[in-house]
Structures are given as C-alpha cells and as structure tokens.
Design a binder for this molecule. Sequence first.
Ligand SMILES: [Zn+2]
Ligand SMILES: [Zn+2]
Length: 199
Amino acid sequence: MSSLTDRENQRKKQMKKYYDSHRSQILKQKRKHYQDNIEEYKKRRKENYQKNREKILEEKKKEYKDHKSRYHNYSKKYYQENRAYYLQKARKDREENGEHINKLRRERQSKIKEEVYRHYGNGKIMCVCCGESNIKFLTLDHIHNDGKQHRSGKSFRLAVWAKKNNYPSTLQVMCMNCNWARSKESDKICPHKKFKSTE
Ligand SMILES: [Zn+2]
Ligand SMILES: [Zn+2]
C-alpha cells in the first residue's frame, strides 16, 4: 500500500544524504553557475519584477504590515543587545573620520548654497542690496519678512528648502549685514537704501 510513499521517502532520504555530504561542492557549483550567468539572472529578475511589480509590492507591504511589530521588536532587540558595540563604533568613526566627515559636509553644504544663491542671482552670487559677493557673508532673506517659520538659524537648511520647493520668489540673497539691519528697521528697508535716498 505504502510502497510508493516508501520509495519516495527513500529517495528523498538519499538525496538529502547526498546533499549533506556534498554540500559545499554543490553550493560552490551553484555559485559558479550564478556568477557565470549573472547577467542573465539579473535580466530575468528585472523582467520578473517589472511584470509582477504591483503584486510584489503589494505582497511586501502586506508582509511588512503583518510582521511590523515583529520587525520592529527584532531590530530594537538587536540594537539593544549590541548597543555598546554600536556606540563604540560610532565614537571610533567620529574620532577617526570626524575631521574628514566634517570637511565633506561643509563642502556639500557650500555647494548647495552656491547653487541656490546663483539661481536667485541669475548666475551671480551677491547681496541684492550692497553687492557683497563673498558667500560666507551671504544668506537667504525673506522678502516679505515672513521667515519666522524657517528660523532655524541655518542658512544651509533654508537653501535646501528653497531648492526642494522650486525656488520660491519670496526669497532673495542678502548679506548678513543688510539682512540684519533691515530686520531691525521698522519699515524693513535696509539703511543702505535710505541713506542713498535722503542724500
Ligand atoms: Zn548687503
Ligand atoms: Zn543693504
């Protein structure tokens, strides 16, 4: 009665035994095959993904939702268990590369600032009031003095915001002097302009 199942089981057992004893060899072959045909695999994966994109995304979303708390708990637990390691690593990274990272960050920030200021100045980087052109003295000024919601104290962040929001025309480039002096005037006009007009 169960001879078929028996045989089947027997065969499975044999295969497993073979696999177990030749495991590293089989894996090596598989890896080699994969490496040799990697382009083909990539192509197939991409095609498969494109064909079933909606479905795959939907499934991933569902899986994530189903296991959300598990995922979160797991990564939280993992972090907590290895917290000392992570903190130490972060400290070491900072010590070893802090200077370098800071330099890169400054470079990246001034690049974005340059790009944004140049955009506002139609290709030129300068204060709309006095013409100051040293970027280190420049900042973005709120033409209508409505900058309270952006007062982060970082001209870089405002520049990033401006770029992201497609360069709102409510901003202009001004030097810190003009920007500051203007903000202190009751009519919000830079003293530069007023001295000129009363002369
Ligand atoms: Zn100025
Ligand atoms: Zn001015």
